[in-house]
Structure formats: C-alpha cells, structure tokens
Design a protein around this ligand. Structure first.
Ligand code: ATP
Ligand code: ATP
Length: 497
C-alpha cells in the first residue's frame, strides 16, 4: 500500500501569481522514511501542509489534483480525521500548543479520542520518556523554552501513535545532543511507520532515510536514493543544502568592550535561571550556546528588558556611560534590538517592504536605497509586497533581521536566527552580520557550524551560568561536555588538531 499518493497536484496561495507547489506524480510507500529538503521558501512546508490537509482546510489556498493517504482520498476528510492517519509536527511548536499544562497537552488528543484513562496515562508516560521530557510534565506550557516546547509537541503526536508522521523540522530548536537523540528515536521508529521528514540537517539523517526529495521552486527536482545524493554533494551545495564537509580555518576578531552585563534572573519561587557577569564587545559576533533550557533566551530577554513579569531581575546593564538598567523599553530600544524566536511577534505592517520602511522611520530616516539593499541582500525582492505573516518561516526571519538592521541600533540580540534556515541562508546571515563591524552582535544558536565560521567568541551557558568563554576553536571542542556540540561534529567538521 502507498503511504502517500499524489497526482496532478497544484497549490497556489491567494494573491500569489505562481504555484507554490506542483507535483505531477508521487508515490511514497508504506513504511518508507522520506527526507524532504530544499532552500528556504522552496515549498517544503507547503508540501507537508497539503498532505495533512491544513492547506486548504485551515490555511486558504487553491488546491487542484488528488492526494491519497493510505489509499483514502483526503479531500472529504477533516483535518482531525487526517491527523489520525498522519500526525504532523508543525515547524512552529507555539502554534500547536493549546493547553496550560504539559501533561494535559499530551493527554488532550487522547481524551478527544475517548481512550480509557489508564491507557492515556500509560501513553503520556511512554511518549514523554521517549522524547526526554518526563521532568516537564507538571510545568505550565508557556514557561517552556523553545526546545522544550518542540519536544512536548513531538510527544503529543507520538502518543496518538498514528501510522504516518510528517515531521517539519523536528530538531530545528534542539541542541546538538537533543538533535542526535531525537533523530536516533525517529530512526528507531522506522519499523512499521511511514515518515515524511522535512530537515535541513541532511548529513545527520542521510544514513537512515530511504529516499530524498529535493524541492526547488515548488517542484520536486530530485528524487534520490541516499547513496546517489552523496555522490552529488556539489549540486546539492548549490541548492543551499548542507552536505558534510570539514570547515576551513577562520581568523577571529577582537572587539571593544561595550556592553557591561551583570544579570541575575530568578523565578518567584527563588529558582535561579540566569547568573551572568561579562562584557560584550562591539566589532565581534558573540555566539551564546547551551543545551535547551540553559537560560539563553532568558538572558537575552533580561538584557532587552522583555523578561516575563513572573520573573525577577537583579543586576546592572550599561553601554559606555549610559546606564540602561532601569530605563523604560522605548529608551532601551534605541540602543538594543531583540529578535525573538517567534518573529511573528514583531510584525506590524502589511508588507515586507513597509515593515523595513517602518523601522527606518522610527529612527527618522527615509532611505529607499538602503531598503533595496536590504531586500536584495536578504533575498526578499520576490516577496517585498507580501504580507509578512504569509511567507515562509525563513523569509519571515530574514524580514525581521532586515528590519532590525534598518532601525540603526547598536546592540543586536538574535535568538536562534538560524533555526529552520538552509545552509545557504545561514551563510548569508553570518556574512552580513560580519559586515556590521561596530555593532555588538549576539547570536543564540544551536548550530556549531554557524558558530565556528562566524562567531568571534563563544559563550557556553549551563544552568544559567557561563561555563566556557573563548574563541570557537578554544570553546567548541570542550563544549562536547555540555551537550552543545557532538564529538562527531568536532571530529568530522571542525579543523581542530
Ligand atoms: N500563507 C501563505 N500565503 C501566501 N504565500 C505563502 C504562504 N505560505 C507560504 N507562501 C509562499 O510559498 C512559497 C513556499 O513556502 P514554504 O513555506 O512551503 O517554503 P519552505 O520550503 O517550507 O521554506 P522554509 O525552509 O523557509 O520554511 C514561498 O514563496 C512562500 O512565500
Ligand atoms: N516564567 C518561567 N517560569 C519558570 N521557569 C521558566 C520561565 N521561563 C523560563 N523558564 C525555564 O528557564 C529555563 C531557561 O529557559 P530559556 O528559554 O532561557 O532556555 P534556552 O536556553 O533559551 O532554551 P532553548 O534552547 O530550548 O530555547 C528553562 O528550563 C525554562 O523552562
């Protein structure tokens, strides 16, 4: 039997001129694990969401053609019915979390399916153990870190135990060790399960997938066996796809002490989430790394004044002679910009270009040339008139970064800007950040390749404290101990002696 069978499929979003997806014929067998990859904006999420029915049932689009899942035509089925055949992990876990407590989040779909109470408890426990979140079961979902949320959603899908799974970048917010664990588990799932895995980390999954589909401009341009994909790494690199290669040696810069931080963040119950004192330098890119939940986002939020109200801040933040510790958000915003993990929170305008113009206006400039430069630099020319809420996740993130660059602040804090980005766009981001040589640039990242190539300094956080601080060459080999990079990555990808 087929897991998925597609015939003459065409998907067009409202107001868009071109088809975002066009597939004449595709069959995926039951039991197959298929990797779907391609550049940002190529159509991977559209592919995933048209198979699970989200398009057009929840997200409007013109869909022609026929899709069958396990031999059932999905057009008359509801999204809920389809989800019992094929469970989906969406790219953005926030959009999938509905419940106040983690345990309820995992139990909720099972309750809807009227499973007996004991069976629900058993499945919640098993799925939580499986993705490593038993310690979070009694937590409120809104207090979880990005990586913790992603695992909770994965557990809630696995608890239903559908025959088919669509996993849209299941490891995008996970640390290196977490990525390895979850991919190992997905590999272990294979028997009897049919899986569509959308993933940029091709090299980490190539040895257990059965097939690789490469999407480019809405079309499947390669349908390959993994062994054949390995032979064409040059072609794939050109398509922005990461293939395993040893990185070159890179010179690092030493910037000037600019932003002084002494930051302590506690919960009301007195649990310390962050305890950091350091200088951050202008003219350098500082990467902050650390396992999921180590305090990275909390630190950035504390610096930018965006800490959640249920957390307590103590300490001091100064830029040169300017003390920013107690100033209001608006004043702080003149110096410091924070790019959150969920960039939707930032958008207020109805088009990509207006969003960037608005940032310039806030600092009192009008510069159409800068706008054109930013649109070009961040590959946004094609979507400049589009609504920032209705573009691909990668395009959204690039719009947000372009807006921040347009706003002219001196300190730029980026919370996992490389998440869900293909290697091509990650490199562009790194190169662009490098050009800003009088800014304090801080990048929270789970991506050791990005940190190695582009960061001048790496800080590793563990339980809220800085445990390693130095150049990437110095820090990354030692960071294996803290789970932010794996031994294999250090051995195979970094030029360390
Ligand atoms: N809701 C929408 N309305 C209009 N156009 C959209 C919408 N969602 C996506 N698009 C467009 O469809 C194309 C494919 O987007 P899709 O999200 O499938 O890409 P992707 O390969 O998953 O990208 P990424 O790796 O950045 O997540 C892009 O050009 C995007 O701008
Ligand atoms: N309001 C809160 N109340 C209680 N605990 C919280 C709150 N906010 C965050 N935490 C916890 O503090 C820890 C640090 O969270 P933070 O979001 O800073 O992690 P992170 O290092 O950015 O993780 P990730 O890589 O998963 O994004 C996590 O264990 C998180 O669950």
């Amino acid at each position: 039997m087929n897991f998925v069978k597609i015939k003459d499929l065409k998907v067009k979003y409202p107001e868009s001129e071109n088809y975002s997806l066009q597939i004449d014929e595709l069959e995926i067998d039951e039991g197959e694990t298929v990797l779907v990859t391609g550049k940002s904006g190529s159509g991977k999420s559209t592919f995933a969401n048209v198979i699970n029915g989200v398009i057009p049932k929840l997200l409007e689009a013109d869909v022609k053609g026929k899709i069958e899942i396990f031999s059932q035509d999905i057009s008359p089925l509801s999204v809920h019915d389809i989800s019992l055949l094929v469970g989906t992990l969406l790219q953005d876990p926030d959009s999938q979390i509905l419940n106040y407590f983690v345990r309820d989040e995992i139990a909720f779909p099972l309750e809807n399916l009227a499973f007996p109470k004991e069976e629900i408890m058993k499945r919640v426990q098993e799925a939580s153990e499986w993705v490593g979140i038993t310690h979070l079961l009694d937590r409120e979902t809104f207090t979880l870190s990005g990586g913790e949320k992603q695992r909770v959603v994965l557990a809630s899908i696995l608890a239903i135990d559908p025959k088919g799974l669509i996993l849209d970048e299941p490891t995008s917010s996970l640390d290196s060790k977490g990525t390895k664990d979850v991919l190992e588990r997905i590999k272990g799932l294979r028997k009897g399960k049919s899986v569509i895995l959308v993933e940029h980390k091709v090299s980490k999954v190539i040895d257990f997938v059965d097939r690789i589909l490469v999407i480019e401009q809405g079309k499947i341009i390669y349908n390959l066996k993994p062994s054949d994909a390995l032979k064409m790494s040059e072609e794939l690199e050109k398509l922005g796809i990461e293939t395993p290669t040893k990185l070159p040696k890179v010179e690092k810069r030493k910037g000037e002490k600019t932003l002084y931080l002494s930051v302590e963040v506690k919960t009301k119950k007195g649990k310390k989430l962050v305890d950091v004192e350091t200088y951050l330098n202008a003219g350098e890119i500082t990467a902050i790394m650390g396992i999921n939940g180590s305090g990275k986002s909390t630190l950035l939020k504390a610096i930018s004044g965006l800490l959640s109200k249920d957390l307590l801040f103590e300490g001091k933040i100064t830029i040169g002679n300017k003390d920013l510790t107690r100033v209001n958000l608006k004043e702080r915003g003149k110096y410091i910009a924070y790019l959150p993990q969920d960039v939707d929170l930032l958008f207020i305008k109805r088009s990509v270009e207006d969003e960037i113009r608005y940032s310039m206006k806030l600092r009192g400039i009008k510069d159409e040339k800068l706008l054109e430069d930013l649109l070009t630099k961040f590959s946004l020319l094609g979507v400049r008139k589009n609504d920032p809420f209705l573009i691909s996740v990668g395009q959204k993130r690039r719009t947000a970064i372009a807006s921040i660059l347009a706003s002219g602040v001196k300190v730029i804090l980026l919370d996992e800007p490389t998440t869900g980005q293909d290697w091509y766009h990650r490199k562009i981001l790194g190169e662009d950040l490098k050009k800003l040589d009088n800014h304090v640039i801080v990048v929270v990242t789970h991506d050791p390749r990005f940190a190695y190539l582009f960061a001048d300094r790496v800080l590793v956080l563990y339980e809220g404290k800085i445990v390693l601080d130095g150049t990437p060459d110095e820090v990354l080999p030692l960071a294996v101990k803290y789970g932010v990079v794996t031994k294999e990555e250090v051995e195979n990808e970094l030029p360390v002696d």
